[in-house]
Design a protein around this ligand. Structure first.
Ligand code: NAG
Ligand code: NAG
Ligand code: NAG
Length: 618
C-alpha cells in the first residue's frame, strides 16, 4: 500500500484531488453541523444564499488560470526543512511531510497542505512572532480556503509579526492521502439524489431507519474504498500535525485560532499538549465530551433563542425593512409557526422559471425545505450581501409564503436540489463530504444501538429545538465502522502554558454559550468572552469590542476580564451596511485598531457556511 502522493492513487491522484478542491461553487454543498457537521438530509448550497451569496468570494483563486494545479508542484518537505513556494497572490504554500501513523514514524507519510500569509519579519528577526494556525471548523473545513478568503484580514487584526497559516486537516482538500468514496461525479450525484430524497426525520415512520440504512451503505463503501487513508484521519493526529507545523517554524508553542469544530481541535491540543500552548482563541465552542461520545445531543440548546432574535430585530427594524413586521415579536413567531404547520400539511408548489436552461427553478416548498432555510439563516443572520441582509430577504420570503407565493423561499435554497446533468465529468467531484463524516465519526465512540435508542436520543434533542430533525449526526455515525489509529477523547483539562481565550455568542444556533463556560472549567486561567449576538461564532457579527480583545490577547498576551461582554455593531435588517466612519468613538481609536476593526468587518461579510466546513456529511 503506497502512500506516496505523487503516484496515481486509488481514486484519482493529487491532480484530481486538486481539481476537486478548485471546483466551482456548484459543488459547494453544505450541510449544517457545528459550523459544519452535517446531516445527510440537510444539504444546501451557497447558491441558496440571497443575492448570489458572492460565490466568487467563496473559493478565491478561481479567477486565476488554475492556481490549484500548482499544488502538484509543491515538494513534500520535512519539518526541519520546510519548503515554501509563492502561490496564489502574495501567499506561500508548502506541503509538510508527517508520519501517516505517529506510532510508525518510519512508515508511510501524509503531506499536510498549508497556505501562509507570511510575516513581514524574518525568522531571525527578534520581532518575528511565529505562526498563528487557523481552523474554520466542520469538521471537514479547509484551512487553505479560509486563508484565501481572509488573507488580507488576519494580519491587520493581529499584526504582521505573525505568519498566518491555514492548513487542510487530514481527510480534507489538498492534504494527502485524500479520501474519496465516489470515483466520479456521476456516481456522486446519483448518491446525493438518493440521499436527498430521504424523508425528513420524524416525518414518516421509516425516516429514521432509512437514514440509518443510508449511513450503513455509505460506511460500507468507505470501508471498501478508503482504507488506505480513512484510518489515519482523527483530531488527535491533526493535533500532532499542528505541533509539527509549529516546530517547522522553529517554535515550540502553538498560536491558534479555531472556530466551531476548530474548538474541538483546539481543546484536544490543549489537553494533549498543555505545555505547548502559546496563544489559543477558541470561538463557538462545541462540547468536546459530547462530540467524542458521538452524541451531538446538546448543540441545539440555544437555537430557538437565536430564532427569537430574528423576530425581535424585525420589530426593532420596523415595517419598511422587515416584511414580517407585526405588533410584537411573539406575534411574528406565532405567524411563522403557523406558516410552518400549514406548509407541513400543504406544501407550496413553485414554478419560478419555465425555461429549459434553469433546471432548479421549480419544485415544492415543503416543511423540510422551510426548516432548512431557517436553520441555515441562523448561522449568519448578520451577513450582508450586496445591498440587503439575509434577514430582510428571509422575512420577505416568509411573508410571501404566507400569501401562498413560495418563490422567494424556493430561491433562498434553490441549489439544494442536486443539479443533475447528464454531462457529468468523469473526474472525481469536489469535496466529497466524506471528510466531515470520517473525522467526526472516527473521533467519536462507535455508535452501536438500536433504532429505538436512536429515536430516543433524537426525541431528547427535539425537546431543545424544532430543528432536531435536521440534526441526525449520531445516526450518520452509526453507519461508520472505521476506527482511527489514534484517538484522544478526554479529559479536556490541563494547566496550559498560556491561558485560553474562549468566545461564545449569547445565541448561537449550534454551539451554545454554556459550552464555553464548561470548557473554561478544565483549563485554569482561561477566560470566557461573551459576544452579545445571535449567529454561529463571533465572526458571524462584527464587534469592535470582540476583535480588539482578540488583538490584545495575541499582541499583548492580555486576557479580558472574566465576565466581559461585547456588544456588536451589525444589524440583521438593513438596507445599507453600518459604517464605522460615522462613529466618533471609532475615530478615538488608534489607527492600527481602526484598521483591525475594519478588516474584521470584511470577514463578517465574506465568511460563509462553506468556510465553516459545512460540507454535507455522507
Ligand atoms: C417526533 O414526533 C414526536 C411526536 O410528535 C415528538 O414527541 C418527538 O419529539 C419528535 N422527534 C423529533 C426528533 O422531532
Ligand atoms: C493543574 O495544577 C493544579 C495546581 O498545581 C493541580 O491541582 C491540578 O491537578 C493540575 N491539573 C492538571 C490537569 O494537571
Ligand atoms: C454616514 O454618514 C454619511 C454622511 O453623513 C451618510 O451619507 C451615510 O448614510 C452614513 N452612513 C450610515 C451607515 O449611517
Amino acid at each position: 500500500m503506497s502512500m506516496k502522493e505523487e503516484g496515481p492513487q486509488q481514486h484519482g491522484g493529487l491532480r484530481d484531488s486538486i481539481r476537486r478542491s478548485v471546483s466551482p461553487v456548484r459543488f459547494i454543498i453544505f450541510n449544517l453541523v457545528i459550523g459544519g457537521a452535517c446531516l445527510a438530509v440537510l444539504s444546501t448550497s451557497l447558491r441558496s444564499l440571497p443575492k448570489g451569496g458572492s460565490p466568487n468570494v467563496a473559493v478565491p483563486g478561481l479567477d486565476e488560470s488554475d492556481p490549484e494545479l500548482f499544488w502538484a508542484t509543491v515538494p513534500p518537505s520535512p519539518v526541519d526543512n520546510l519548503i515554501w513556494l509563492p502561490c496564489y497572490t502574495n501567499l506561500q504554500c508548502a506541503r509538510l511531510t508527517v508520519p501517516l501513523d505517529y506510532a510508525d514514524p518510519d512508515g508511510p507519510s501524509a503531506t499536510i497542505a498549508m497556505a501562509k500569509v507570511p510575516s513581514n519579519y524574518k525568522k531571525s528577526d527578534p520581532r518575528y512572532r511565529g505562526p498563528i494556525l487557523m481552523n474554520p471548523g466542520g469538521p471537514g473545513g479547509s484551512g487553505v480556503d479560509l486563508i484565501l478568503l481572509a488573507k488580507d484580514i488576519i494580519q491587520p487584526v493581529v499584526g504582521d509579526e505573525y505568519d498566518i497559516i491555514g492548513f487542510d486537516p487530514r481527510g480534507v482538500g489538498r492534504t494527502m492521502p485524500s479520501i474519496l468514496v465516489f470515483s466520479d461525479e456521476a456516481e456522486n450525484t446519483r448518491w446525493n439524489l438518493q440521499r436527498d430524497s430521504l424523508p425528513l426525520l420524524n416525518s414518516t415512520t421509516d425516516a429514521l431507519s432509512k437514514t440509518y440504512a443510508n449511513a450503513v451503505v455509505y460506511g460500507k463503501l468507505a470501508e471498501a474504498r478508503t482504507m488506505h487513508a480513512s484510518p489515519y484521519v482523527s483530531t488527535a493526529l491533526v493535533c500532532r500535525d499542528m505541533l509539527n507545523i509549529v516546530r517547522a517554524h522553529g517554535q515550540e508553542k502553538l498560536q491558534y485560532w479555531g472556530l466551531s469544530y476548530g474548538t474541538v481541535l483546539g481543546a484536544t491540543f490543549a489537553a494533549m499538549f498543555p505545555d505547548n500552548v502559546g496563544r489559543m482563541v477558541i470561538d463557538g465552542v462545541e462540547d468536546a465530551e459530547n462530540y467524542y461520545a458521538t452524541l451531538w445531543s446538546n448543540n441545539l440548546v440555544d437555537t430557538e433563542e437565536t430564532l427569537d432574535w430574528f423576530f425581535e430585530e424585525c420589530i426593532e427594524a420596523g415595517p419598511e425593512l422587515c416584511a414580517l413586521y407585526d405588533s410584537s415579536a411573539a406575534k411574528i413567531k406565532e405567524r411563522v409557526m403557523r406558516l410552518l404547520a400549514s406548509i407541513q400539511k400543504e406544501p407550496i408548489p413553485v414554478v419560478a422559471s419555465t425555461t429549459l436552461s434553469s433546471p432548479t427553478e421549480y419544485g415544492i416548498v415543503d416543511y423540510a425545505l422551510a426548516l432548512r432555510v431557517l436553520f441555515v439563516f441562523l448561522y449568519f443572520p448578520y451577513h450582508t450581501f450586496a445591498q440587503t441582509a439575509p434577514a430582510t430577504d428571509l422575512a420577505f420570503a416568509l411573508a410571501s409564503a404566507e400569501k401562498g407565493d413560495g418563490v422567494p423561499l424556493w430561491n433562498l435554497q434553490a441549489a439544494y436540489i442536486v443539479q443533475f446533468k447528464c454531462s457529468c465529468s468523469p473526474a472525481p467531484p469536489l469535496p466529497q463530504p466524506i471528510a466531515t463524516t470520517a473525522i467526526m465519526c472516527s473521533d467519536g465512540d462507535p455508535v452501536e444501538e438500536s433504532i429505538e435508542e436512536m429515536q430516543t436520543l433524537l426525541d431528547k434533542i427535539a425537546r431543545d429545538s424544532m430543528f432536531a430533525p435536521l440534526w441526525p449526526l449520531h445516526v450518520v455515525c452509526a453507519g461508520w465502522k472505521i476506527r482511527p489509529v489514534e484517538r484522544y477523547n478526554g479529559p479536556f483539562v490541563g494547566n496550559t502554558s498560556f491561558p485560553l481565550l474562549i468566545i461564545g455568542n449569547t445565541a448561537d444556533p449550534v454551539t451554545p454559550l454554556i459550552n464555553a463556560h464548561n470548557l473554561a472549567k478544565g483549563f485554569p486561567g482561561s477566560v470566557v468572552l461573551t459576544q452579545h449576538s445571535a449567529g454561529h461564532c463571533s465572526v458571524s457579527a462584527t464587534s469592535a469590542c470582540t476583535i480588539l480583545a482578540i488583538r490584545e490577547y495575541f499582541r499583548d498576551g492580555k486576557v479580558p476580564q472574566p465576565g466581559t461582554r461585547c456588544e456588536i455593531e451589525s444589524r440583521m435588517f438593513t438596507k445599507t451596511d453600518f459604517a464605522y466612519d460615522n462613529e466618533t468613538w471609532f475615530w478615538d481609536l488608534p489607527e492600527d485598531e481602526r484598521e483591525a476593526v475594519k478588516a474584521w468587518k470584511k470577514l463578517t461579510n465574506t465568511i460563509t457556511p462553506h468556510h465553516y466546513g459545512m460540507l454535507s456529511a455522507m
